[in-house]
Design a binder for this molecule. Structure first.
Ligand code: NAD
Ligand code: MG
Length: 394
């Protein structure tokens, strides 16, 4: 019997994860079809993808880009429907015609559509870690209530998902060990980081990624966000989630069991492995990633993270312990800081300073509703902007 095609809504199609997803999808036309592609405002890139994948719907989040999308689709002679705005993202995330949603928007901008897909019971491939940090409790609850299948595609969480007991339980699990590459500045001290440029920060030694996550990898905030993400996705307490630096980025993470067994998932550093796993789970499909050549790699190294030079990881543990809105503050302040760093208005060391200042101003506290979290997020962004403006005046 022919296998039914899975129809995919790819949110954030023009990004790094979007392009890796489409690379895997294109290898399996017998399994997948593209129902919807979305972008923020990069219409030309979205149109090129529409010409190749012929989705039913294309969405630009930025409404100002709508006329260019509509006219471009018409000029290509495509019957693809053009939509615009945040509501349109929710619409394609919940459309009954789509069984699979890939959440690959960067930042808190992806939260509403990710939550909507969870509520709508989709098979949900989660790349958009910021929405898990911001609203992890709500997201996990929405997925449970909506009957969604959450499939982590962040490489570490995908690795842990693969190494946890197949029955979905946690019996015998002692610790989760998240690996970190250490980023492009591993081994440097604080003084050496004062003048680093965005291009230096984005030159990751092993992974090719979007600019925001590349800066997060350089500050170790990426690993901090991932600790919080792991807390929500796997339900283990923070003291059971540890980070070890592994510069080769081949061991994607590990699960330590009470009998002393440690299971790891390995592979070349290429997001197509995690995406192929999420797309086909529980089956396995070709991802286009080359087989691992252990003899050529020759060695694996490990070291503890340098929390003094890279305070962001410690700040993330602090926000997780404080609970309530604190992770939302951490994430919002970090998004503002990274954006300012990329625009040249904040130095690299200003990123942890700004996040810390915003966390100092926020006590954390009990669990928050979606409305509270959005208000906390907005307030933290305002405060972060004010602090940057004050720093510039000094
Ligand atoms: P990217 O910057 O390359 O792409 C981001 C995508 O989101 C683009 O399609 C862009 O058009 C869209 N977008 C940006 N702002 C938007 C907005 N306001 N509204 C709607 N759409 C918007 O980012 P990326 O590296 O692909 O990362 C995407 C997400 O996946 C991030 O949360 C990141 O942390 C996570 N992730 C990425 C990687 C990786 O290897 N790149 C690995 C693990 C997790
Ligand atoms: Mg990761």
């Amino acid at each position: 019997m022919a296998r039914p095609l899975k129809t995919i809504a790819l949110l954030g199609a023009t990004g790094s994860i979007g392009s890796s997803t489409l690379d895997v999808v294109a290898r399996h036309p017998d399994r997948f079809r593209v129902g919807a592609l979305t972008a923020n405002g990069s219409v030309d890139a979205l149109l090129a993808l529409c010409a190749r994948f012929r989705p039913d719907t294309a969405v630009v989040a930025d409404k100002a880009a709508y006329p260019a999308l509509r006219d471009g689709l018409a000029a290509l002679g495509l019957s693809t429907r053009a939509l615009a705005g945040p509501d349109a993202l929710d619409e394609v995330a919940t459309d009954p015609a789509h069984d699979t949603v890939v959440a690959a928007i960067v930042g808190a901008a992806g939260m509403a559509s990710t939550l909507a897909a969870a509520r709508a019971g989709k098979r949900l491939l989660l790349a958009n870690k910021e929405s898990v940090v911001l609203a992890g409790d709500l997201l996990v609850r929405a997925a449970r209530e909506g009957g969604a299948t959450l499939l982590p595609v962040d490489s570490e969480h995908n690795a842990i998902f693969q190494c946890l007991p197949a029955d979905g339980g946690r019996q015998g699990v002692r610790r989760l060990l998240l690996t970190a590459s250490g980023g492009p500045f591993r081994g440097r001290d604080r003084a050496a980081l004062a003048a680093v440029t965005p291009d230096q920060a984005c030159a990751h030694p092993n992974w090719s990624m979007g600019r925001k996550i590349s800066v997060d990898s350089a500050t170790l905030m990426n690993k901090g966000l991932e600790v919080i993400e792991a807390r929500h996705l796997f339900g283990l307490p923070p003291e059971c989630i540890e980070v070890v630096v592994h510069p080769q980025s081949v061991i994607h993470s590990l699960v330590d069991y009470v009998d002393g067994s440690v299971l790891a998932q390995l592979g070349n550093p290429d997001m197509r492995t995690a995406l192929a796993h999420g797309l086909a789970w529980p089956e396995r499909i070709d991802s286009g990633v080359a087989p691992l050549d252990l003899a050529a790699l020759a060695r694996f190294d490990f070291e503890p993270p340098d929390l003094e030079t890279f305070p962001c990881l410690g700040l993330a543990y602090r926000a997780l312990a404080a609970g309530g809105g604190a992770p939302a503050v951490l994430n919002a302040a970090n998004e503002v800081a990274v954006s300012a760093f990329l625009q040249g208005t904040l130095g690299f060391l200003g990123i942890p300073d700004l996040v810390q200042a915003c966390l100092d101003a926020h006590p954390g506290g009990p669990a928050q509703s979606l409305e509270d979290l959005l208000e906390t997020d907005a307030a933290a962004r305002r405060l972060a902007g004010e602090i940057i403006a004050r720093m510039q005046r000094q």
